[in-house]
Design a protein around this ligand. Structure first.
Ligand code: NAD
Length: 422
């Protein structure tokens, strides 16, 4: 298990896996550890645990390694992140201390609010990619590993759009040789992983592997891909509530979302260029769920605002407010207020675990390239260029479970249900 960035999300995930191994905590929030899957008809009473239904890697078999621009080991990084109780971290201290971050590929041009000294040097971006590949191979050999998964849990990079260098592998590799500025650090890691045929997921909203050159390379090397931007706090709630409002054809004239957040992620997002990447990711969900093109009278005039304010006293304990202006029968206005006092990385860690196990499963099942069935976990799910992404959490869950049924040769569940009344 390779992680780029040993920050709040990564350390909460790694510490959590060690706590689970020692049986001193429960895997709450993890579909692969706690979720069940119904098989066959409702009358059959077959609902095994997902982890008994599909062959997932065992938690005891996971080995962790990663990169960061700071030299702190995973224990110190977890203490800095301040998410988990020090008493819990004490119980798994030796395991965490053994994870020392390797030097990172980093350029402040892409994350303005960060600087650190644990950084690789190289004559070109190609050379940096080769150094990452060396790190990966060394880690694999030293630990006698069969398979790997790499997840970008690094900071949100500045907003970038696709450019010619991203369009084909040849253009991308030529770009690496001349250190093209359109190739940020996250793309260098993604390229290295995919080149090695390693499943890759992006927990952040930056482009990273979501460009034609890298999605095509993934198909070639047999690497499954997932991303972007873990769907955790406010956007999770948004994709739970919005499908319900649309299902009842309630209009939405405004959705104002604001957050206060005091961790390092919040500090990075305080830079307008990184925030723009996050904003695009957070804002797109409503357009797709509410489908204003199909329901113009209900959703055409929707004012959707998303704000994140860096507010250090709260640390990782984010507070989100949503004000939703609704329109009902005969145009009567209503309001819905949601105040979510969440813990960002506590919501993210079980998702990282699921992604590791499901991406590894996907690869063993011969799946490569974009894995749309993992959209369930993301704010900006990557998807084929000619279709729109699916954002509705409940459709995403159905898609995920049907994919697992499909992989095991079980009947897909359509929820038609007429057969019970024949
Ligand atoms: N619920 C959540 O916490 C959540 C949800 C969705 C997305 N995300 C995204 O996940 C990412 C991680 O979040 P976090 O809260 O752990 O942030 P964090 O700031 O605590 O950790 C990020 C780490 O990445 C390191 N880093 C940055 N660039 C790097 C590079 N090029 N190479 C190696 N390391 C690098 C930083 O030094 C830092 O330690 C962020 O981009 C965040 O926006 C988090």
């Amino acid at each position: 298990m390779l992680l780029v960035g040993l920050g709040a999300v990564s350390t909460t995930f790694i510490a959590g896996v060690h706590a689970l191994r020692k049986k001193i905590a429960a895997p709450t929030g993890s579909l692969t550890q706690m979720g069940t899957i119904r098989l066959g008809k409702r009358t059959e009473g077959r609902s095994p645990l997902i982890r008994d239904f599909v062959p997932l890697a065992e938690l005891d078999d996971l080995v962790f390694g990663g990169w960061d621009i700071f030299e702190e080991d995973c224990y110190e990084a977890a203490r800095t992140a301040g998410v988990l109780d020090p008493a819990l971290l004490e119980k798994i201290r030796p395991e965490l201390q053994s994870i020392q971050p390797w030097t990172a590929v980093f350029d402040q041009q892409y994350v303005k609010r960060l600087s650190g000294s644990n950084v690789k040097r190289g004559a070109s971006k190609r050379e940096l990619a080769d150094q990452v590949i060396d790190d990966i191979r060394r880690f694999k050999a030293d630990n006698g590993l069969e398979r790997l998964v790499l997840i970008w849990c690094g900071s949100t990079e500045v907003f970038m759009e696709e450019s010619p260098v991203h369009q084909s592998l040849a253009a991308f590799e030529a770009g690496l040789d001349r250190s093209d500025p359109a190739i940020p650090s996250s793309m260098i890691y993604a390229y290295a992983a995919i080149r090695e045929g390693i499943p890759y997921a992006n927990a952040a909203p930056n482009l990273s592997a979501d460009v034609p050159a890298l999605t095509a390379l993934a198909v070639q090397t047999g690497a499954p891909l997932a991303g972007k931007d873990l769907k955790t706090g406010q956007t999770l709630i948004k994709t739970i509530v919005a499908p319900g409002l649309k299902a009842r054809l309630l209009g939405v004239s405004g959705w104002y979302s604001t957050n206060i957040l005091g961790n390092r992620d919040g500090e990075v997002l305080d830079d307008p260029e990184s925030f723009k990447t996050k904003e695009e990711s957070k804002k797109s969900v409503l357009d797709y769920i509410l489908q204003p093109d199909l329901y113009p009278t209900l959703y055409d005039d929707l004012h959707h605002v998303v704000r994140i304010n860096y507010y250090p006293p709260r640390g990782d304990n984010k507070e989100g407010w949503d004000n939703i202006d609704l329109v009902g029968w005969l145009g009567y206005p209503m309001q819905l207020k949601i105040n979510f006092l969440c813990r960002d990385s506590v919501l993210a860690a079980p998702i990282v675990l699921d992604l590791v196990l499901l991406l590894d499963l996907a690869q063993r099942a011969g799946m490569s390239g974009i894995q749309e069935w993992l959209s369930f976990y993301f704010k900006s799910p990557i998807h084929a260029p000619d279709i729109y992404p699916e954002h509705d959490l409940f459709i995403q869950l159905m898609k995920l479970k049907n994919t697992l049924r499909y992989l095991r040769g079980e009947e897909l569940i359509t929820h038609l249900g007429l057969e019970y009344y024949d």
